[in-house]
Design a protein around this ligand. Structure first.
Ligand SMILES: Cc1cc2nc3c(=O)[nH]c(=O)nc-3n(C[C@H](O)[C@H](O)[C@H](O)COP(=O)(O)OP(=O)(O)OC[C@H]3O[C@@H](n4cnc5c(N)ncnc54)[C@H](O)[C@@H]3O)c2cc1C
Length: 481
């Protein structure tokens, strides 16, 4: 058995955990980060490769929720969490969303004005910027279609740093994930990081958490003592860990997500250049309820979204540069639960889209289809299992009547499993992320967003966590002085 002790234990090293660790360590706190996944560099494997799925994705990316329409979901599992595998798109949230959260969940000292200094700091420190290497052909396709329809669109900024390239080469820049930014900062300030170690259970003594029991490499048992505990294991794993530890009130009862669907479209000219990575353009016209955008479109991804139903699959794949994948994401109003499977302790996620969400997925696909035909698409692959491709705009209305089965709904954005606020009937943590009824436990990750933000969430998570960590340092966390 390995014994460790610290002043603040942080479980999970994604955007929530890394932000907390950097701020606390730089303020002179004794911080220990425990991370289940391996400690790897951002370029330990090519983006979206099989090797990356093995190294950095939980269960190789294959997780699913149960419900009328199953939703597959992806979680990162490595130092840096999902920031190591994501597209790094950055948004400030809509002011109205923050205002709804403040009012409906009774969150103190909250709103866009209160968070603006946090967003400004994040934008500076994380090199939030527009592309310096031009727009990909699929982004240009999206722009062309949106312009023809008179729809607003925008290039989305990213956590991305450009430092110049050798003469004659294009500067593609570098994703500013946690292992590139806040993890090295936390370590430089003295934080200790223990990778490959999964916390299995917390030990409570009345209103205080006192120990964490974990499993390290070679199934070695690890016991960690601490004064303050920060949970940052993500919107699925944080509630599961609490429930495994016997803490259940309002834990994992209100999971939200952004349901997404994708379609591949074929053109008579090149629309796909993998050198650009994930394209950055989104249609703004229907936000925040609906977002349309371009997806990663490497040949294996195209093959995935062609579906089984396209007989001329091989011919299409032979011309893969003329094919790109696009998505629709809904600001989901559905709800789900996260439970720990008895005996195993692994998550069991249930989620139901509302009828409105299901309808919006269909409407979003219909909008996307119109846009793609306006941009010159020859053919749009149906997202419904067994249905033939759509070859003209007259075939689009069938997308408005999606079945509940036989469609691939997925998500990469999960939140709200422990909503924050003073309304104790439905909130798990208070206005600053402190677990209600416990003295020394905080939650600093995607779990605490009260509902779906309707925009790529990492910026919002980091801003709220920064605010809560600063409140912790100001004395609200009763840290040892
Ligand atoms: C493929 C993909 C693309 C995305 N693209 C974008 C994007 O472009 N823009 C955007 O804003 N958002 C994007 N997101 C979402 C964003 O990455 C997440 O919202 C964000 O990373 C959540 O941060 P977090 O700190 O809550 O948790 P996570 O990033 O999930 O980190 C949690 C960490 O905790 C660790 N952990 C879990 N359980 C334990 C345990 N028991 N013991 C120890 N460690 C544990 C995990 O291994 C993980 O590393 C994307 C997500 C994915 C998966």
């Amino acid at each position: 058995m390995t014994e460790l002790s610290c002043e603040v234990l942080i479980i999970g090293s994604g955007p929530g955990g890394a932000t907390t660790a950097a701020l606390l360590a730089e303020a002179g706190r004794d911080v220990l980060i425990v991370e289940e996944g391996p400690d790897l560099t951002i370029d330990s494997a090519p983006s979206y490769s099989m090797a990356e799925l093995d190294q950095k994705y939980r269960n190789g990316g294959l997780n699913t929720s149960f419900g009328r329409t199953p939703v597959t979901y992806i979680e990162g599992r490595c130092v840096g969490g999902a920031s190591e595998i994501n597209a790094a798109l950055y948004h400030r949230p809509h002011e109205g969303t923050l205002e709804d959260w403040r009012r409906e969940y009774q969150i103190a000292d909250f709103g866009l004005q209160a968070l603006i200094p946090e967003f400004q700091q994040i934008e500076r420190e994380m090199s939030v910027s527009r592309r310096a290497d031009g727009l990909s052909p699929s982004s240009q396709t999206l722009i062309q279609g949106a312009d023809k329809l008179g729809w607003k669109h925008a290039e989305i900024e990213r956590f991305w740093k450009y430092e110049g390239a050798p003469a004659g080469q294009i500067d593609r820049g570098r994703r500013q994930s946690m292992t590139e930014t806040l993890i090295p900062r936390a370590r430089a300030a003295g934080a200790r990081l223990v990778p490959d170690t999964r916390v299995l259970r917390l030990v409570m003594n009345g209103p205080r958490a006192v120990e964490a029991h974990a499993q390290g490499p070679d199934r070695k048992r690890v016991r960690i003592r601490f004064e303050q505990l920060v949970l940052a294991a993500g919107a699925v794993q944080t509630p599961v860990l609490l429930r495994r530890s016997g803490i259940r009130r309002n834990i994992g009862d209100a999971l939200r997500l952004h349901p997404m669907m994708r379609v591949a479209a074929r053109f008579d000219h090149r629309v796909n250049d993998p050198a650009f990575g994930v394209p950055v353009q989104q249609v703004e016209q229907f936000k925040p309820a609906l977002t349309l955008g371009c997806s990663h479109s490497s040949p294996p991804h195209i093959a995935l979204w062609l579906g089984r139903q396209v007989p001329e699959r091989q011919r299409i794949m032979a011309e893969w540069q003329n094919v790109a994948v696009f998505y629709v994401a809904v600001q989901g109003e559905g709800r789900g639960t996260v439970r720990a499977l008895p005996g195993l302790g692994e998550p069991l996620v249930r989620y139901e889209n509302t009828d409105r969400d299901h309808r919006l997925l269909g409407e979003g696909l219909h909008h996307l289809g119109r846009l793609l035909f306006e941009a010159g698409a020859l053919q749009i692959m149906s997202p419904v299992d067994g249905e033939a491709p759509i070859n003209t705009p007259t075939g689009l209305p069938r997308l408005l009547d999606l079945p509940h089965k036989g469609i691939a709904v997925s998500t990469i954005h999960l939140f709200s499993s422990l909503p924050m606020g003073e309304d104790r009937e439905r909130c798990a943590v208070d206005s600053y992320g402190r677990l209600h009824s416990y003295e020394n436990v905080r939650v600093h990750d995607a779990s605490i967003l009260p509902t779906s933000p309707g925009v790529n969430p990492q910026g919002t998570i980091m801003a709220i966590v920064r605010r809560n960590t600063r409140q912790m340092l100001a004395g609200g966390g009763r840290l040892r002085s």
